[in-house]
Ligand binder design. Structure first.
Ligand code: DC
Length: 231
């Protein structure tokens, strides 16, 4: 696999995009970028500073004060997000952020801000990025695009188990409601809505183990890389 490529992974909330992206990046020696973490960190800033997201001027001023960086955590081998030099990787997973993030991510100025940084990160290739618009807007020329889906009940159960581990008062109903609402807002916003790119390969992982899923996708990566080597 000589050619470093860009791998774009999109799909609904809690389909296991980040699990796959992380494992792929580790296996290939690529960088993994969680684009959702950027929207979550911006949302955290907005919540902390009581920004009125209906006021474009306030949002623009906030964006001018936001600096986002990813740093690799050597012990987990995962890139963690820093908001103005503070590691917010854990805070951005809170339900309070999840409840607001889709509204923030629908704002044109917020998307322009995040997309510009994401494009820069892909300059050197050798990157796996997951999100909602990576194959359509951020990297329309990505060599491999994957659109992930999974049975909604499987997705709710997965996300519930993740959140319950840190917050035992959370209910299955709350998680279900949040996922449905986010998928609706993410798919119906005006700017870069969640869509399957025409040239994306669909991966339904409802009945796949992590190992099976990884093997399948590594096969696609090998295929794409060898096509590039031949051309
Ligand atoms: O992947 P995630 O659940 O952490 O993403 C959080 C939210 O960010 C999601 O509800 C929609 C938004 N998002 C987006 O609009 N575009 C992306 N490329 C990634 C995430």
């Amino acid at each position: 696999m000589r050619h470093k490529i860009i791998i774009a992974i999109d799909g609904y909330s809690s389909c296991g995009k980040s699990t796959l992206a992380k494992e792929l990046a580790a296996k290939l020696g690529y960088q993994y970028i969680d684009s959702g973490a950027m929207y979550r960190a911006i949302t955290l800033y907005i919540l902390r500073n009581n920004i009125d997201i209906k006021e474009t001027g306030e949002v623009m001023d906030a964006l001018a004060n936001i600096h986002l960086n990813f740093h690799l955590n050597e012990s987990t081998n995962k890139s963690e997000i820093f908001l103005n030099d503070e590691n917010v990787e854990h805070q951005i997973r809170d339900m309070i952020v999840a409840e607001k993030v889709s509204d923030v991510a629908a704002i044109r100025e917020v998307r322009a801000f995040a997309t510009a940084q994401q494009k820069k990160l892909g300059k050197k290739k050798g990157i796996v990025m997951d999100g909602r618009d990576i194959g359509t807007t951020v990297f329309p020329d990505a060599e491999l695009k994957i659109f992930m889906t999974a049975d909604p009940a499987v997705r709710v159960k997965r996300r519930f188990e993740e959140l319950y581990a840190v917050n035992p008062s959370i209910t299955l109903e709350e998680v279900k409601h949040n996922l449905e609402l986010r998928d609706y807002i993410d798919s119906n916003r005006d700017v870069s809505p969640l869509r399957q790119a025409e040239d994306a390969i669909v991966l339904d992982n409802s009945g796949l183990t992590r190992e099976e899923q990884l093997e399948k996708v590594l096969g696609w990566v090998r295929e794409r890389s060898s096509q590039l080597t031949e051309s």
